[in-house]
Write a protein that binds this ligand. Structure first.
Ligand code: SF4
Length: 440
């Protein structure tokens, strides 16, 4: 008989004492998802708990029709874990639903919410309160949650202004990405899910947030969406995303730290983002290994190419400064069949090579933990995702490489350190030392 998940988790906690226990649990929840008892669902937008907004991808292990009640009565956007037998410090985790997960959120016999692993209570669970600004609607009837959801416990306003990607179909879409399917499934379910958000509605939603976020929890916004290979609203990618940046910074100069996730664009386009007031640029390189990039990111390879992508990342550091160029990779797809590495050691070594390439130049990549969504080619062939050990060793390697090159936690992610981090889609911030003000 195989080991239980509890045994696997505790074995890794013992073997990697430098990785906080909070990060071990968080990575396992992000890679494998969480089951929810019905009593732990939110009751949608009229309730007291902030619901999952589906801010860009589905980040679920089942489709909406398969999830049933868990989809109709939304789960929370995030949960916060504390206490339990591992003495967890406050840990914010993005919610990815998987009814088959050994982790389950439900009501304990004492009447509180708890996280169970293999049937044993391992943490107390807190839910995000419904923010005041979610209780208001725009003049056109849309909700703030639809137009400008916040994540990371309210720190980041996530503006997916273009909800589809022009890399389309099996020959172009990144093989782990469900952005286009997620858009289709929300439309099919009759949910409001705006394909292209207008500048006016984004500004109106931000005005509502600005007015009602009196505690100042929201500190940054991210402009993002699918890649644009031709035009949207008659605009190229840089002009399309740039128009929101320009409008936001004109209306709310410096109110939030502005970030853009876009393709690695030519330097003149990148300069325009900076001129509009954007401060952080995310030209995501997705996966470091050349062969895997070519196979798993066929659109990016075809339209830009891996070498050119990397060259443009380095160019953009001259515009934004290396600290403010933060390319993302999707941690775990290195180990996805059919073409991925088959041992944890090889996968971590490859990823480390990419980290060294960028960190030696002062650029700090960051990563999201891969969620094997079922409608993607890699999710279908790897429903278990990557081994937990890969994620734990990556955290160790990431921190060691940062230390080697004298880097501290990247700006725009809130505080670092276990018990302090709010970044919810990987635990890289939970695994760094509590930082310097530069990390905020
Ligand atoms: S570029 Fe790739 S990861 Fe990004 S939205 Fe398009 S298909 Fe998804």
């Amino acid at each position: 008989m195989g080991r239980s998940r509890t045994e696997e988790v505790e074995d890794l906690m013992g073997r990697f004492p430098g990785v906080p226990r909070e990060a071990v649990i968080k990575e396992d929840l992000l890679r494998g998802g969480i089951a929810f008892d019905e009593s732990a669902l939110t009751g949608e937008e009229g309730g007291d708990v902030k619901p999952k907004s589906y801010f860009i991808f589905s980040f679920d292990h089942r489709t909406l029709p398969e999830l049933g009640a868990a989809a109709l009565r939304r789960p929370p956007e995030e949960i916060v874990l504390t206490g339990g037998p591992y003495g967890l410090r406050r840990t914010v985790v993005s919610v990815r639903v998987n009814p088959q997960s050994p982790y389950r959120v439900g009501v304990t016999p004492e009447g509180a919410l708890g996280l169970m692993l293999d049937g044993r209570h391992i943490a107390d669970v807190g839910l995000p309160p419904m923010p005041d600004y979610y209780r208001h609607t725009l003049a056109n009837g849309k909700s703030v949650m639809e137009v400008a959801p916040t994540i990371q416990w309210g720190y980041l306003i996530y503006l997916t202004v273009f909800r589809v990607c022009q890399y389309f179909g099996a020959k172009e879409e990144c093989q782990y990405c469900d952005i286009n399917h997620n858009w289709r499934q929300h439309k099919a379910a009759g949910r409001p899910y705006t394909g292209v958000k207008s500048v006016e509605e984004v500004l109106e939603a931000l005005e509502i947030i600005d007015r009602h976020d009196t505690a100042g929890a929201s500190r940054a916004y991210t402009l993002t969406g699918g890649s644009i290979t031709s035009r949207v609203d008659g605009l190229t990618e840089a002009d399309f995303y740039g128009r929101y940046a320009q409008a936001i910074e004109e209306r709310f100069p410096g109110r939030w730290t502005g970030k853009v996730v876009a393709q690695a664009l030519p330097r003149a386009d990148v300069q325009r983002f900076h001129d509009y007031g954007i401060r952080i640029y995310h030209p995501n390189y997705e996966v470091w290994d050349r062969r895997l990039f070519e196979l798993y990111c066929p659109g990016k390879e075809r339209y830009v190419g891996r070498d050119e992508w990397h060259r443009r990342i380095l160019d953009s550091a001259e515009v934004f400064g290396p600290r403010n160029v933060i390319p993302n990779f999707v941690a775990g797809v290195e180990m996805a069949a059919p073409a991925g590495f088959t041992t944890v050691g090889e996968a971590v070594d490859s990823t480390a090579e990419g980290l060294r390439f960028f960190m030696s130049r002062g650029i700090t990549p960051r990563f999201t933990t891969w969620c094997p969504e079922p409608t993607t080619p890699l999710g279908r062939s790897n429903p278990q995702g990557a081994p937990l050990e890969y994620h734990i060793r990556l955290l160790e390697t990431y921190r060691a490489t940062m230390d080697e090159f004298g880097l501290s936690s990247p700006p725009g992610y809130g505080p670092a350190g276990p018990g302090r981090a709010v970044f919810s889609v990987s635990s890289f911030m939970d695994s760094l030392l509590p930082d310097s003000p530069s990390g905020v």
